[in-house]
Design a protein around this ligand. Structure first.
Ligand code: SF4
Length: 266
């Protein structure tokens, strides 16, 4: 069995969960306007042009986006960094794209990692069948879970799907005692708004059963723009501004009374 991955990166998160290997998997059921990993939305392997610049010279080549890995190969990568991960309290994260679009590969890899003593995290959009999500719970220490918008129509407009499944899956995880880190994309014209943040604070507060470990505010940024050009995709956020630090501080103040650690980025 093989999984299709577009990148594997190592991160050192100093104010968070240590040194982590993140496996970015291809394919996603949503189509968020602000996605900064558009290569993760696409399924299949693609060849795209790569341009390297040295001084005023340009070198063009073709780069393969998407590589297949077996669960054992992912485990071997984790093993090569075991000592760093153990000393820093880190582990392995699956992100994307939507890792649960490749459920058999994900389940088998998580099982191998858990049986080998690694901390495991799944970063999910939550837009997956409940039975698929349930099937990875026993092998997942932490879920990173996006709430893109609580209003189903706004959600549908900016992601291509309603939020009903996502919110009911979140309730299922929390009711079952899974640890969840809630991630809030802070998007101009969508969720970067004082009134919305107050409503969101109420929504999260009504579900706060002690298993919401942290809230991450993820401000919209332009790092994905060049990728849209490179992959020949439309950038629907081209005219949007970045979110100011001052506004993020205001949103943090609104969420703080929940008693859950809130931070910028994640
Ligand atoms: S769920 Fe994540 S990966 Fe999928 S389109 Fe939205 S931002 Fe991109």
């Amino acid at each position: 069995m093989k999984g299709l991955v577009f990148s594997i990166k190592k991160y050192a998160i100093h104010d968070g969960p240590g040194i982590r290997i993140t496996v970015f998997m291809k394919g996603c059921p949503l189509d968020c306007w602000w996605c900064h990993n558009p290569e993760g939305k696409q399924t299949g392997i693609r060849m795209v042009e790569r341009i390297d610049r040295v001084g005023d010279r340009e070198f063009r080549s073709l780069e393969q986006v998407g590589h297949e890995y077996t669960p054992e190969e992912i485990l071997a990568k984790a093993e090569s960094d075991r000592v760093f991960m153990e000393h820093s309290g880190g582990g392995v994260t699956f992100s994307g794209g939507e890792p649960l679009m490749q459920p058999e590969f994900l389940r088998e890899t998580l099982t191998l990692l858990k049986n080998s003593g690694f901390h495991t995290t799944v970063d999910t959009s939550g837009h997956v069948r409940p039975e698929v999500l349930k099937s990875v719970i026993p092998f997942t220490d932490l879920f990173l879970y996006d709430i893109k918008h609580t209003d189903p129509e706004v959600h549908r407009r900016f992601t291509g799907a309603g939020n009903e499944l996502i919110l009911s899956n979140l309730d299922m995880l929390l009711a079952g005692g899974s640890d969840v880190m809630i991630r809030i994309p802070v998007i101009p014209g969508v969720s970067a708004d004082i009134l919305y943040m107050k409503q969101l604070a109420g929504f999260i507060g009504s579900r706060n059963n002690g298993h919401i470990r942290e809230i991450n505010l993820l401000p919209y940024h332009k790092t994905g723009s060049s990728k849209y050009r490179r992959f020949g995709m439309e950038d629907r956020m081209a005219s949007a501004d970045q979110v100011s630090n001052g506004h993020l501080d205001d949103y943090i103040e609104i969420l703080k009374p929940l008693g859950i650690h809130v931070k910028k980025g994640g």
